[in-house]
Write a protein that binds this ligand. Structure first.
Ligand code: ADP
Ligand code: MG
Length: 324
């Protein structure tokens, strides 16, 4: 879907922000760029929708060079969410969301219905929110509107640059959870930038770790937890309190299901956690709620409580003995 071929970016001041990046972001993938401040994440993201020109190399979307797209067509088909979302303060929530759909001339009814659907889907009651001004919303609610605005015209790709990093921990966790569910439903390609390892592990189908403009490791959360490519990755995991020696980050929801540590049962809607999610992440969520729903092989199968996790981990300790 999005392919980087030997992409570099050198700013006019000589700063080599991105060096020889080759990547293939798949259709429908939740792809996360992570790395310390200044490693080139934002630059990489902004090259995708041509907010920043490449110095050398090529980026393809659906095998067509981004430079061959009409710039408006390209931007309209790529949603963009920033850390501090810039909603227009004098416009209502509805007007803010309608900007791109109006540009591409959707009819009024279609826009109205789309806004209703999207606001409701991120937990904002459409009828009570659509006519408010941004100042009448909390930071977390504004950020939800930012996500809705990026999705409004039904783009195939959504770029998100540290979208939740300015939020308080509770709003942030809630939005992360909602993002997982939302992505499961809309199945768009999401390219997400963060400097928070927990967030990356929770959201990413794959995580691309960057350092000084280069890709250090690009893999699934589990593979990164279990086989960090080098000391830099290891330190990065540790700085996020994600310790690969920690038992709970070695195992996933899949392992718990396989060994029967869950309560089978009906789940309404999509499950909270997919198979590949580390038990560590589930455990964190269980600090805030009694039970979480889980899926196995793409199907919601039941729930996990803290009790299940404790019993499961105790079993692994017993089983692995000295190896742990
Ligand atoms: P990140 O998003 O990972 O924090 P950036 O992509 O913003 O990193 O920046 C990568 C590097 O490029 C940094 O060293 C930064 O100082 C530099 N940089 C970013 N934007 C510009 C610019 N417009 N001109 C010159 N240097 C820049
Ligand atoms: Mg940045």
């Amino acid at each position: 879907m999005i392919r980087f071929e030997n992409v570099t970016k050198k700013y006019p001041n000589g700063e080599n922000a991105v060096k020889n990046i080759d990547l293939n972001i798949k259709d429908g993938e939740f792809f996360v760029f992570i790395g310390p401040s200044g490693c080139g994440k934002t630059t990489t993201l902004k090259m995708i929708n041509r907010l920043i020109p490449l110095t050398t190399g090529t980026i393809y979307i659906d095998e067509k060079r981004i430079s061959d797209y009409n710039i408006h067509e390209l931007r309209w088909n790529i949603g963009y969410v920033l850390q501090q979302i810039a909603l227009f303060p004098h416009m209502t929530i509805e007007e803010n969301i309608a900007i791109v759909p109006e540009l591409i001339r959707w009819d009024k009814d279609k826009i109205h219905d789309r806004i209703t659907e999207l606001l409701n889907s991120v937990g904002l009651d459409a009828e009570s929110y659509r006519n408010r001004k941004p100042s009448e919303l909390s930071g977390g609610e504004q950020q939800r509107v930012g996500v809705v605005r990026a999705l409004a015209a039904d783009p195939e790709i959504i770029l998100m640059d540290e979208p939740f990093s300015a939020l308080d921990p509770i709003s942030r966790q809630k939005l992360q959870q909602d993002m997982i569910v939302l992505q499961r439903r809309i199945k768009k390609t999401i390219v997400f930038v963060t400097h928070d390892m927990q967030e990356a592990l929770m959201l990413g189908d794959r995580i691309c770790i960057m350092k000084d403009g280069e890709v250090v490791q690009c893999d699934t959360p589990n593979e990164i937890l279990q086989n960090p490519a080098n000391e830099f990755v290891q330190n990065f995991l540790e700085s996020g309190n994600v310790n690969k020696h920690l038992l709970s980050s070695k195992f996933t929801v899949h392992d718990m299901v396989e060994q029967g540590y869950f309560e089978a049962g009906q789940v309404d809607g999509d499950a909270d956690f997919a198979d590949r999610i580390a038990v560590e992440i589930v455990l964190q969520q269980l600090a805030n709620q009694h039970a979480v729903s889980i899926e196995s092989d793409g199907k919601a199968v039941g729930t996990i409580t803290q009790q299940h996790v404790i019993q499961f981990l105790a079993k692994q300790l017993e089983r692995d003995g000295e190896r742990v």
